[in-house]
Design a protein around this ligand. Structure first.
Ligand SMILES: NC(=O)c1ccc[n+]([C@@H]2O[C@H](COP(=O)([O-])OP(=O)(O)OC[C@H]3O[C@@H](n4cnc5c(N)ncnc54)[C@H](OP(=O)(O)O)[C@@H]3O)[C@@H](O)[C@H]2O)c1
Length: 277
């Protein structure tokens, strides 16, 4: 099996599950050097077509994601889908996005279409907002400013822990019976950011605020951090969707597929608390 994005939020725990499940795992990365125990490293870069065929040689199953920095999916993901077809890949599990079927302009919708058009047996994983955004993108706001600084108003989010997505991905790759399916994956509850801040306060033992910034204040803070305008626009858009009350979907599919409750926000904070200290 070839795992793309293998060092990421979903890919890293996925590789652990696959190794534990006895799979022979090829770990794809742009460097092609680091490989966890029990796996083999392979150089693979979406933006370098010369790496595609060699990485996919002999691969039966592919875990595919679109790295957040790769925006032109026609240019950089379509060739990978075609190379997978040419290599005889029997099953592609694609990390997509919740609600993608209603947003045909999203890059993930295009990739789903490429896979369908290639006639590749597939499973689409459509997760909600990752809890890990709080330990990566927003970590410094929480650690240094003691606040969650996102323009989400009082909107709710059906957060999911990326480790649960990885566990589902592992099942779909290791078991039969998931071909042709699309799974809407969320956590067990939808929380406001005020509720998330309260959980942080309780677990970390120091006050973490949610000042409910507007979109402009949020964009300005990230602009001053010299982040690309496109990145700021995407983030502002995502949180505006939440502010409008459109991110609170909760589905039972994670629980059904894993046979246990999804990881809660409290558990996520407990497990990662060192990163905000
Ligand atoms: N964050 C959310 O709330 C959320 C919600 C729903 C869906 N998603 C989707 O989930 C995906 C991101 O998953 P993630 O958070 O697990 O990833 P991530 O932690 O952002 O990691 C990105 C991965 O992509 C690899 N990568 C980056 N550029 C590459 C390139 N040019 N060629 C090959 N590999 C490359 C990196 O590997 P190396 O650096 O080692 O090469 C890294 O392993 C995105 O498609 C995003 O839209 C995210």
């Amino acid at each position: 099996m070839l795992v793309t994005g293998a060092s990421g939020n979903v890919g890293a725990p996925l590789v652990e599950h696959l190794v534990a499940g006895g799979a022979r795992v090829l770990v794809a990365s742009r460097e092609g050097k680091r490989a966890p125990e029990g796996t083999r490293a392979v150089r693979f870069d979406f933006e370098d077509a010369a790496t595609h065929a060699s990485a996919l040689e002999g691969v039966e199953k592919l875990f595919l994601l679109r790295p957040p920095t790769v925006s032109d999916v026609k240019r950089h993901l379509l060739p990978v889908v075609r190379a997978a077809k040419d290599a005889g890949v029997r099953h592609v599990v694609f990390l997509s996005l919740l609600g993608v079927e209603k947003n045909p302009r999203m890059p993930h919708a295009h990739v789903e279409r490429f896979i369908l058009e290639a006639g590749l047996p597939h499973t689409f994983l459509r997760p909600s907002f990752f809890m890990q955004n709080l330990s990566t993108t927003h970590r410094d706001d929480i650690r240094e400013h003691h606040e969650i600084f996102v323009p989400a108003g009082k909107g709710r989010t059906g957060f999911i822990d990326a480790r649960d997505i990885a566990a589902v991905a592992a099942r779909t790759l290791l078991e039969d019976g998931h071909e042709g399916k699309a799974y809407d994956l969320t956590g067990a509850e939808a929380l406001t950011y005020a509720e998330v801040a309260t959980l942080f306060t309780e677990v970390l033992g120091r006050p973490i605020r949610y000042p409910e910034p507007g979109a402009l204040r949020f964009a300005l803070r990230w602009y001053r951090r010299k982040q690309p305008v496109a990145f700021i626009a995407v983030m502002t858009g995502i949180y505006t969707v939440c502010r409008l009350g459109l991110a609170g979907t909760v589905t039972p599919e994670t629980q059904t597929l894993l046979g246990r409750a999804p990881i809660s926000m409290r558990q996520f904070i407990q497990d990662h608390q060192a990163c905000w200290m």
